[in-house]
Design a protein around this ligand. Sequence first.
Ligand code: MRU
Length: 339
Amino acid sequence: MKPIYWDNGIVKLLDQRLLPDKEVYVEVKSVKEMANALREMRIRGAPNVGIAGAYGIVLGIWNYFGSVGDLPEVYHSWCEWLQKARPTAYNLARALSLFRPLFQPENLSSTSLSELKEQSLYIAHGLVQAEESACERIGTHGERLIPPRGRILTLCNTGSLAAYGIGTALGIIRKAHQARKNIFVWVMETRPWLQGARLTAWELQQDKIPFRLIVDSVAGQLFREKQVDLVLVGADRIAHNGDTANKIGTYPLAILAHYHDIPFYVAAPRSTFETTRHDGSHIPIEERPEEEVLTFHGIAVAPPQTRAYNPVFDITPAYLITAFITDTGVYSPSQIPAL
Ligand code: MRU
């Protein structure tokens, strides 16, 4: 199952808004359409948001008929549109920056538009391969940390729909299941978009991995009942000191794990680490429309005129994280700055 792929000048996205009811691919034909698809959550999950951004730039170049001299400025506005659509995932900023050398005046003066098209496609395809193999390696490193019969609590969706290949945290779960460790997964539904209920449950079902779904507020009670052996989550952006932005609800989960002395692992490829950002205090937190909280499937769940607050990521301080599982190995927070 491919969450996104290039098809002869068009990008096809498996529409994650419609899952698990319908498996429908939508066509994306321009940078603006890609920015909209990202904003509308048709594709999501930090690594795949980065890949979508990269193909967004490719679409920009493939449909560009202006002068080559204007391209640095045009590229700048493409990046702005795409970045604004999902500001928290560092994978997106990083993916967009991979194209910067193409748009340097020195390169533009010696490269034709058709060469630029090929070069941009090469970069985007390369990113897909890199993310896919990073997930494989994260899975291999992380699987060793999972005890036999481990009961894993996870949030949001970190599988193939979020990161190319087997996924990050969910990739580790897959590997542990393949290693016949008899694991069990607690899946948090992840309000308001229900990435856990709709997407993680769907992926786990396909792989026949035992799980149960919980509403997000059940987590505390699970810890009290000693029903969790470890917490495994993904990340959208990790600062130099290890502070981590991830799906809203990660921070309280880390506090719960700390309080109950349960390991709390963050799984992410190196493309999620923003080495130039000192700590998490100023990571941009995406705030989404109030309607996402005030309605459910289009039906109001609160009285008219109710205001909602809908930040969709939070920051977990590094000291609450037991270890980071990356494509190069497993590291404690204190090792992150040296990486
Ligand atoms: O808003 P989303 O669904 O894009 O949020 C996704 C997450 O928070 C994931 O945990 C994170 O991107 C890592 S995905 C491998």
